[in-house]
Ligand binder design. Structure first.
Ligand SMILES: [Zn+2]
Length: 443
């Protein structure tokens, strides 16, 4: 017997089915043929022996939108938090894969804050000049927040951003209200000819404010800021090690992003520059006889995981019975366009505008499913239908990490590791010199 509202849903669906527009729509869409045996993506066999990772640096960000009590209706702000966490693999492995933090330990998590910021939303203005409207206040806040410096001796996020993005002739619409000028991407605080009194900021070129709405939720602007900041934080940390520490440290540290190696939306243009800088670091390491960069992005949901589930379906045995444990697929652009994201075959790589990594579908040694990304660092990685192992730097080691940390990475993410107050994890807070002292004993 269905619940009351279930029946209501059923009824309205039935009425929709009868609607002529719905019938026409059904006749006009291409349906994927799921009857024939599913074509498998290219299977690859990365070398799995090497286990040299001693540390993981995990990066994980979030935003939560809250109402603001300032006397104006629908006033909102977003609490942004990015955690960069250093995990000692030897300590972590003591807990075993099924370790679940206890509630008391979870409460300790509330004190974790690596980079925290409050981003003003609709109907919230500041008290200083340049903060008179919600959008102006949002822009000036972003400019301020990117002064964040993880290590006092190292670049701020803004300095990393400027170093990644050399001066070019690309333009954006002047962010000042009523101005129709296109301006060059500002390199410092400056002004537009339209209004000499109102500042422009270098962070305006991230264009997050273009999704900021004075009279509506600004979720998209907050998300764009979070994404740009998480990836800048990653590159900032990579540059820290590359500039300050012996290159062999890279052989023993894995960098793990909670989420894909991709930047979506207004700041997506940054991805090209991030890809270039990551390749530069990786190829410098390789050129000097090191293993290169061990960097992975972990996807916890989405159509690639769904697709893997479908590939692993056995018509007589059921779910997760078709593929042997350890199966590793490198889906090509052709495969993605045919089976995951409908698109005509083309020479342009899937996700070229947003992804700085390539996706791998993986069934781990315990039969669990994972979608991981490794960075694009060479010609082989850029090749839309290429599946040479060299396109996926240190993939074997990346998959070892997925095997060892599956439960933590997929069920909990990084923040619970810190919340759990496990001695394994140390949050990298503003101004602390933890990175400098890592490997103290063998530096
Ligand atoms: Zn202007």
């Amino acid at each position: 017997m269905p619940y009351e509202n279930e029946r209501a849903t059923g009824d309205s669906l039935w009425r929709l089915e009868d609607n002529p527009s719905v019938k026409n729509f059904k006749g006009s869409i291409r349906v994927r043929d799921t009857q024939t045996e599913l074509e498998l993506p290219t299977r690859i066999y990365p070398e799995r022996g090497r286990r040299s990772t001693k540390w993981i640096i995990g990066i994980d960000g979030s935003t939560v939108t809250k109402r603001v009590q300032n006397g104006f209706p629908k006033a909102e702000a977003a609490l942004f938090n990015a955690a960069a966490i250093l995990i000692d693999i030897a300590e972590l492995s003591k807990f075993g894969g099924d370790y679940i933090p206890r509630p008391q330990q979870l409460r300790d998590l509330e004190t974790v804050e690596t980079m925290g910021a409050v981003l003003p939303g609709p109907n919230v203005v500041g008290m200083n000049p340049g903060e008179e409207t919600p959008k102006k206040f949002f822009r000036s806040t972003i400019r301020q927040e990117l002064n964040f410096r993880l290590d006092p001796q190292h670049e701020s996020l803004l300095e990393t951003f400027l170093a990644l993005t050399p001066e070019d002739d690309k333009k954006l619409k002047c962010p000042i209200e009523d101005c129709d000028e296109d301006i060059f991407r500002p390199r410092s605080n400056t002004i537009c000819a339209c209004d000499q009194a109102e500042p422009l900021y270098p962070t305006d070129s991230l264009r997050t404010h273009e999704r900021f709405y004075d009279n509506n939720s600004s979720e998209q602007a907050f998300t764009a800021f979070r994404m740009a900041t998480e990836h800048l934080l990653l590159v900032n940390i990579l540059r820290y090690f590359h500039q300050n520490k012996p290159l062999r440290w890279f052989d023993e540290i894995a960098f793990v992003m909670d989420g894909p190696l991709a930047i979506f939306g207004m700041p997506a243009w940054l991805k090209e520059h991030i890809q270039t800088d990551i390749s530069r670091i990786h190829n410098d390491l390789i050129g000097k006889g090191h293993a290169g960069l061990l960097l992975i992005g972990i996807e916890k949901s989405g159509e690639f995981l769904d697709h893997l589930e479908e590939l692993d379906w056995d018509s007589s045995e059921g779910a997760r019975q078709r593929l042997p444990n350890g199966t590793t697929f490198a889906p090509t652009t052709k495969h993605v366009f045919r089976h995951i994201r409908p698109n005509p075959d083309s020479d342009k790589a899937y996700g070229e505008a947003v992804n700085y990594g390539r996706k791998i579908l993986y069934k781990n040694n315990a039969g669990q499913h994972a979608v991981v990304m490794t960075p694009i660092v060479n010609e082989a990685g850029r090749e839309p239908n290429g599946t040479d192992l060299i396109a996926f730097p240190r993939l074997g080691e990346a998959l070892n990490i997925v095997d060892d940390l599956y439960t933590h990475l997929y069920r909990d993410g990084f923040i619970p590791l810190v919340r759990a107050n496990a001695h394994a994890a140390i949050p990298l807070r503003r101004g602390q010199q933890i990175l400098a002292n890592l490997f103290e004993d063998n530096a």
